[in-house]
Design a protein around this ligand. Structure first.
Ligand SMILES: Cc1cc2nc3c(=O)[nH]c(=O)nc-3n(C[C@H](O)[C@H](O)[C@H](O)COP(=O)(O)OP(=O)(O)OC[C@H]3O[C@@H](n4cnc5c(N)ncnc54)[C@H](O)[C@@H]3O)c2cc1C
Ligand code: FES
Length: 361
């Protein structure tokens, strides 16, 4: 099936709200003419683009608004020495404009959510942002669903959207349980002290919600927490198609440090990539060792991409002729790989010619 690939528009910032000492949330004004382009599914993210110190910087941020909140809002937690997150937390203001890519990402429920299902979510730190959007929407739109949130932070001061979560809990007392697990603040219940590691996840589920009753689990946080939670859910018998994961950081921690391979202007093309985008075909020479996205950028083509680290899948496309090999893949699922989808920021052609279609879903 063909779709419109994501694209940037310049949007005005309507509101910047301080959420914690380290994080702000930002709401955008979406002009009525672009309302359809920015319609989102809970769990999706926006990629923001600006120029810092003369260099283009693009970063992805999950939408924290629920489908019925009537706004487009993301939250940005400042990371130590983080270029973009520091700029957002210290400089960006209401009234500024910034380039915002239309929503992308497949973290969330998809079409398979059962009516009245049991959902559990494990989030840590800023990993709450897509989870909050999913929870708000579930609680509002699936009146018989049961939701458990296990949210890890260092201290209660670090809890993002604490008020929203309390408010949600008050409104859905019988359907939503929120358990804060804190690593640097003692709580009355010993089970809530520590980190969301495998042992903690096992203990919490045993006490609160037997794994056999869970329909879907959502996991978002640091890489080690994700790996622990996913492994434990698997050990407890939850099948992988019911475990939904969003990674903000690569397996190497943070964003990937790999730079594009240097290509001399007169270097011969080792491969030819035919790239189909918006129904148009364009031929791009790809040098030995070069990733398809890098070759396209080098040749002046504007392709969808964001993290360039195999995490976000903004650069996802389908190989319809020829073959590629990928360096890493933190986001495509087995069925997508089997169907020929690849992350073009990680893909190197292994045949003289490849045809890659960005318009396929
Ligand atoms: C799909 C997706 C959704 C995301 N959603 C959100 C969100 O909702 N809220 C949010 O705050 N962030 C989110 N992120 C992370 C965000 O895109 C940036 O990576 C983050 O803000 C850091 O960017 P920076 O430019 O400030 O740091 P950089 O200048 O890129 O990195 C500076 C240093 O921080 C390390 N670092 C980078 N990112 C992280 C991180 N997330 N945690 C710890 N260390 C890091 C780097 O390795 C480096 O050492 C998401 C990422 C992805 C891929
Ligand atoms: S740009 Fe994020 S996976 Fe390729």
């Amino acid at each position: 099936m063909a779709v419109t690939p994501p694209r940037f528009h310049r949007l005005a910032v309507r509101d910047v709200a301080r959420e914690t000492a380290q994080a702000v949330s930002i709401a955008f004004d979406v002009p009525p003419a672009l309302a359809d382009d920015y319609a989102f599914a809970p769990g999706q993210y926006l990629t923001l683009r600006t120029t810092l110190d003369g260099e283009e910087v693009r970063r992805s941020y999950s939408i924290c608004a629920g489908l019925d909140d009537g706004e487009l809002r993301v939250a940005v937690k400042q990371v130590d020495q983080g270029a973009f997150s520091t700029w957002v937390n210290t400089t960006l203001q209401a009234g500024d404009t910034i380039e915002v890519m239309t929503p992308t990402g497949r973290f969330g429920l998809g079409a398979s959510s059962p009516a009245g299902g049991v959902y559990v979510a494990f989030a840590a730190g800023s990993g709450i942002t897509p989870v909050l959007s999913i929870l708000k929407t579930l609680l509002r739109r699936e009146p018989s669903s049961q939701v458990f949130l296990f949210y890890g932070n260092r201290t209660s001061h670090d809890i993002l959207f604490n008020e929203d979560l309390t408010d949600l809990k008050d409104r859905h007392l019988e359907r939503l349980s929120v358990l804060h697990v804190l690593s640097r603040e003692e709580q009355d219940l010993p089970i809530l002290n520590g980190r969301l590691d495998g042992a903690k996840v096992r203990a919490l589920l045993t006490a609160m919600v037997p794994a056999a009753t869970i329909d879907h689990a959502f996991v978002c946080g640091p890489a080690s927490m994700i790996d622990d939670v996913v492994a434990t859910l698997g050990e407890l018998g939850l099948s992988s198609d019911r475990i939904h994961v969003e990674r903000f950081v690569s397996g190497e921690g943070g964003r990937p440090k790999r730079a594009p391979v240097a290509v001399a202007p007169d270097a011969p093309a080792a491969h030819t990539a035919v790239l189909i985008l918006d129904g148009k075909r364009r031929e791009v020479p790809v040098a030995a060792g070069e990733a398809i996205v890098d070759a396209a950028i080098r040749n002046g083509m504007d392709l969808p991409f964001a993290c360039k680290g195999g995490m976000c899948a903004t650069c996802r496309a389908k190989v319809v002729e020829g073959a590629v090999t990928m360096d890493v893949n933190y986001s495509l699922e087995p069925w997508e790989l089997a169907a020929g989808f690849v992350l073009t920021c990680q893909s190197h052609p292994t045949t003289a010619r490849v045809v890659v279609d960005y318009d396929q879903v």
